[in-house]
Design a protein around this ligand. Sequence first.
Ligand SMILES: [Mg+2]
Length: 170
Amino acid sequence: MSLTRLLQPSWLASGTLAELPLEPFRRQGIRALVLDVDRTLLPRRQAQLPASVELWLQQAKAELHLHLFSNNPSRERIGSVARQLGVSFTTAAGKPRRSALRRVLADLQLPHDQVALVGDRLFTDVLAGNRMGLFTVLVKPVDGAGQPCQRDRLQATEVRLARWLGAELH
Ligand SMILES: [Mg+2]
């Protein structure tokens, strides 16, 4: 698969995770969500989920299997977020490398097209998910109040670079 295709999210969301409707996941036959943590669920230096994000996760958890999948090495911090939700987690995931994601997918025992990877970064989250044939969702980074982050220069830069490489991100 070309790099351009690998950088193309299946779903380019206009808002944060907390603003995603669940219906498109149902329509796609998605049964599990692999979720990035930092700036997808909460700001990097926070341990408490914003209320809107927690509510969304509880609703999603009622119908989908959830797994937190973070490049962050802190088992203490990512583990505490996972415990708040009662879900499994991976730290030091090494996205966009595939090895840790392969282990998660092996545990899930689902066809890859029934698993969605949701994150705020194109060159780690979306790239890793696309390399494994998952349904990939790029969301806006979230701030501590559960709102879209005002300073998301990193995502903006990645989107510009991906467009320059030929990805269609509108
Ligand atoms: Mg992130």
